[in-house]
Write a protein that binds this ligand. Structure first.
Ligand code: SAH
Length: 249
């Protein structure tokens, strides 16, 4: 069987032919000397995520397909499939896989099957989550306020050739009006409140998933849904994200 992937990417998402090495993994670029069969390691990570309660098959397939080790320094590549956040430079971190999976699952919402429409990501960082999002959404607009990380993400993503990922350098607090309205907005940095611009740029039926500071100073994951009758907010579990900052640098 030679099923074509539904998107023009070089992620090793194809099912392995019985009794052989995964064809797509073999075709994928060599794993940067990390000395691991990254396809097999990712498959185990996906099993752990499923055991932890991630149910959405679209999310499990996406995190199973994206080579996370290609987004971190070579020295950290052997930790890429552990459930841990990792430094990506300039004091920023890539979220742990379970948090990425949880947030993307929340972003997709209860409707199963199909892809989300346009998505806005605040905080491109190394570009890992943008790659995951590119597999579950039609278009991904991702904004980063640090020039060096914006450039790094561009370099990291280039070999994957994801034509539906659009990297933007700027202050994501203002959203990105030109791509609006969005079916989903996901923040990788936590602010004191969800900026009004994000709510304005959200489509009716869409959702925002954002770490947000609570009254006690603790961060929690906040989900805002835009319905025909207005915005509905739910506060979920505690999280620890880098701060959402204004301006560019
Ligand atoms: N999703 C990223 C995680 C990056 S960490 C990944 O997969 O690697 C969060 C990022 O948000 C940092 O790079 C930080 O610089 C960025 N950030 C913080 N405030 C921002 C803002 N107002 N606009 C855009 N990016 C912001």
């Amino acid at each position: 069987m030679n099923r074509r992937p539904a998107f023009p990417v070089r992620l090793d998402a194809k099912p392995a032919p019985a009794g052989s090495r995964p064809a797509a993994a073999a075709a994928a670029p060599a794993p940067d000397g990390v000395g691991l069969d990254s396809q097999a390691v990712r498959a185990r990570m996906v099993q752990r995520l499923a055991a932890q309660g991630i149910r959405d098959q679209r999310v499990l397939a996406a995190v199973g397909a994206v080579q996370r080790h290609r987004f971190v320094d070579t020295a950290l590549a052997n930790q890429a499939y552990e459930d841990t956040s990792l430094p990506i430079g300039l004091g920023q971190t890539i979220s742990k896989p379970s948090v990425v999976a949880r947030m993307v699952e929340l972003l997709l919402g209860p409707a199963t099957g199909g892809k989300l429409g346009r998505v806005l990501e605040i905080g491109t960082g190394c570009g890992y989550q943008a790659a995951v999002l590119s597999l579950v959404a039609a278009e991904v607009y991702s904004v980063e306020r640090l020039r060096q990380l914006h450039d790094k993400a561009r370099d990291n993503l280039r070999p994957f050739r994801l034509p539906n990922v659009h990297l933007l350098f700027g202050d994501g607090m203002a959203g990105y009006a030109r791509g609006a309205p969005y079916a989903g907005i996901i923040a990788a940095a936590g602010g004191e409140a969800v900026p009004q611009a994000w709510c304005d740029q959200l489509a009716v039926g869409g959702r925002i998933v954002a770490p947000t500071q609570m009254a006690g100073g603790q961060q929690a994951l906040v989900v805002i849904e835009k319905t025909a009758r207005g915005l509905q907010q739910s506060v979920l579990e505690a999280v620890h994200f880098v701060p959402l900052k204004s301006g560019i640098a």
